[in-house]
Structure formats: C-alpha cells, structure tokens
Design a protein around this ligand. Structure first.
Ligand code: G3I
Length: 375
C-alpha cells in the first residue's frame, strides 16, 4: 500500500501548527474538556460512546474508572468470539462473555455483541472440517450466543471482515475458512438466523479499512456497497454498517469522501456505528507533543464528520488507554522506527486525558445533527 508509507505533509503541518499555536486540542485547553463525560456529550445528539473491554483489565483502574465515567455502551474485545467461547468441540465456556455482559449490566449501559462469525475466530478444531460439519457448528454457535444473550444485546456484529478489495477476479470478497466452508451465498442466512433468534437486536455487518481517502479504502468501500446492496435488495435483515475505524495517520482523511460513503449506506436504509476506533501514529515522527497533536487533529476531523451525519449512532473505542491498546500488544503489527509504543487512544497509559480527548469532546459538544434513529 504505497499511499500508507508516510504521513502526509498536510497532516504534519496541521499537527505542528496546533502545538505551536495552542490550537483547540492543545494541553492548555485540556482543563476545559477534562471534566466532561464523553458518554454524556455523545448523548446530547442521541448518540452513544464507549469502549471495547477485556474483563480482567476492566476491573482495574484507571480503565475501570474511565469506562464508568465515559462509557455509554461497551463491547467485549475478545470474550464473545467463537474461538474464545468454544476452544474444543462441544466444550463451550461462557464465563468471560458472561463477565462482560455483567459489567454492562452493572454500569446500566447497552452491550454490543462481537462477533458471531469471523474467519479469525473460528475454533482450531474446525480447520479440517467438511462444509456440512462447519455449517452445523457455526449455526449452533450463532444460535447459542443469540439465545444466551437474547434481549441484552444492542447490536450483534453478525458477520465480520468478509470484504477484500483486492480479491482476484474482482469478487470483492475475502477468501477464507468462512467463504470456503460456510459459503459466500449463505452470508445472509446468518442475519436471518440472528433476527429470528433475537428479534430486538440490531444486526450489523462489521469491517475495517473504509474510512480514509486512498485507493485501498476506495476499493473496499466499493466492494462493501456492492455486497450490502445485493443483500438489501434480497430482503436480508441487516440494519447497521459497523465501521471499525482503525485509522492510520499515514493515510489521508477527507470528510467529504467519508460523508459521501455515509450517504450511500443511508440510501440503502442502513445506520452506521463506529465500532473499533483508534489511530496508529507509527508514521508521525517527533516528540510526544507533536505526535499527540497529529493524532488529535485526525480525531477532531473524524469525529466532526461522524457527528454531522444523521445515520451515525455510536462511536466505540477499541480499548481504553494507550497502555491496553491491542496495537501495542499486536506482535505481528506495525512498529514505530524509534521503538516507542504507539499512542492511538484518548487516554495515555496512566489514564490521563490526551489532546485527542479534548478534540473528541469538543466535536461532540459542537454537534448540531441528531442521530435520526431506526426508521
Ligand atoms: O490471553 C492470551 C495470553 O494468555 C497468551 O499468553 C497470549 C500469547 O499470544 O495470547 C493472549 O491472547 C491474545 C488475545 O488477543 C489477548 O491479548 C490472542 O493470542 C490474540 O490472538 C488476541 O488478539 C485479538 C484479535 O482481535 C484476535 O481475536 C486482539 O486482542 C483484539 O483486539 C483483536 O480485535 C480485532 C477485532 O475483533 C476485529 N477487528 C480487528 C481487531 C484488531 O485486530
């Protein structure tokens, strides 16, 4: 991905000018935004804000307190994935998933279910399954999860990451254990199963790499729109496009491009949830203040765009602090050339608010467009 190789000149200039001029996201203005609960600010425009959590981490401060103070929705980072629930055939263990559901219940906030079907969370025991065996097992798992948490899930990520904008032959669909053993033409059947099993849950298709302005994202947007359009035309019960939004400071961002995509999703009758937000700063050189200003600038532009669109319902961060971010735990992932950990979230490793927090708080506070609800 050539376009991802380096931070754009514009982003660096914006970041540098914010640091120098004490812009809207500088440390100076941190105090003003610091007292605010992001969940409450999002609520002003009838939206939700929250975090993906790991049950262990969520029981210790600072994560516990930040989730309590700012979260109005939570997602299980891993605990509800198939591989985490059922490691061996017929040996389902819901302990961790139940713990996340109990945390949501204790906080009195809605829970997103993540995720019923994902090639990466298929249990190892199914790698050499026949298609019939796989279909039986995947159906059983989706039934079990939707029944166990029936009435308690705001939105289920029914299907995760089946798009591949570079797929040979231009199918736009990822080649995976799911496409091979479940079958791409049977993807809508998962939504039908979920709707029948838990009729109150909203049903989402969830994927990454569609939020920024480069050819790779453009191909992925085209592919997902084609897939969703065919499902909607066939009457598939899909309500939501979940945009993961693992942003990357090396890619350009364009609000008009994102808003056009939002309009196209809305024209299909879908609502939009930002489901896994963070911002990788591996391409931003410099000291922490410069890096944090660049990250804040992207968060500001992104949040302003999202909160200006009536179809956007919620924004969920993927983890809570830079210290618990999956990006710094991901052994095969990108690394900074200076060896420093990345600073992708709104709170630093000590749980202190960063300029990105103020950028998001201000964008939420200034939002003039309400979430329109489900038609
Ligand atoms: O908990 C074990 C630990 O005991 C063990 O020592 C260690 C050794 O590798 O692994 C630990 O488990 C890891 C787990 O994350 C907890 O950190 C798993 O190996 C690792 O595979 C797992 O990765 C998760 C990944 O999905 C795969 O399920 C990440 O935490 C999680 O953030 C990531 O989330 C995905 C979304 O579900 C879908 N979108 C992309 C997003 C980021 O990749």
């Amino acid at each position: 991905m050539l376009d991802n190789a380096a931070i754009t000149r514009r982003q660096l200039l914006v970041a540098t000018s914010m640091v120098c001029a004490g812009g809207a996201t500088s440390a100076q203005s941190l105090a003003g935004g610091a007292a605010q609960s992001l969940g409450k600010l999002a609520g002003r425009s009838s939206r939700l804000f929250g975090f993906a959590i790991h049950p262990e981490v969520a029981q210790k401060d600072p994560v516990r307190e930040l989730v309590r103070q700012h979260g109005s929705v939570i997602t299980a980072e891993n605990a509800m994935k198939w591989r985490n629930v059922e490691n061996a055939a017929g040996m389902a263990d819901y302990t961790q998933a139940d713990r996340v559901a109990a945390i949501a219940n204790g906080l009195g906030v809605p829970l997103r279910g993540h995720t019923l079907a994902w090639h990466q969370s298929t249990p190892g025991y199914l790698t050499s399954a026949t298609s019939a065996e796989f279909i039986r097992a995947q159906t059983g798992h989706a039934q079990a999860m939707t029944q166990r948490y029936k009435g308690r899930i705001h939105t289920w990520d029914v299907l995760n990451e089946v798009i591949d904008g570079e797929a040979p032959g231009g199918s736009g669909l990822r080649d995976s254990v799911l496409s091979k053993l479940w079958g791409t033409t049977r993807y809508p059947a998962l939504f039908e199963l979920a709707r029948t099993s838990d009729p109150k849950a909203k049903l989402a298709y969830n994927d990454y790499g569609m939020e920024q302005d480069n050819p790779w994202c453009e191909r992925r947007r085209t592919a997902v729109l084609r897939m969703l359009e065919s499902w909607v035309r066939a009457g598939t019960p899909v309500d939501v496009m979940g945009l993961q939004a693992h942003l990357d400071l090396s890619r350009p961002f364009s609000a008009p491009v994102l808003l056009k995509f939002f309009d196209e999703l809305r024209a299909l009758g879908l609502r939009i949830q930002i489901t896994e937000l963070d911002a990788r700063d591996s391409a931003v050189p410099g000291d922490i203040a410069t890096r944090d200003a660049a990250v804040a600038s992207l968060y500001r532009d992104f949040t302003q765009a999202c909160f200006s669109h009536p179809a956007v319902e919620m924004m969920v961060m993927w983890n809570v602090t830079d210290g618990d971010s999956w990006i710094n735990r991901w052994t095969q992932g990108q690394r900074r050339s200076d060896g420093q950990p990345m600073r992708p979230l709104l709170f630093d490793a000590q749980g202190q608010k960063k300029p990105a927090f103020v950028a998001v708080a201000n964008a939420m506070r200034d939002a003039s467009v309400q979430f329109e609800g489900y038609g």
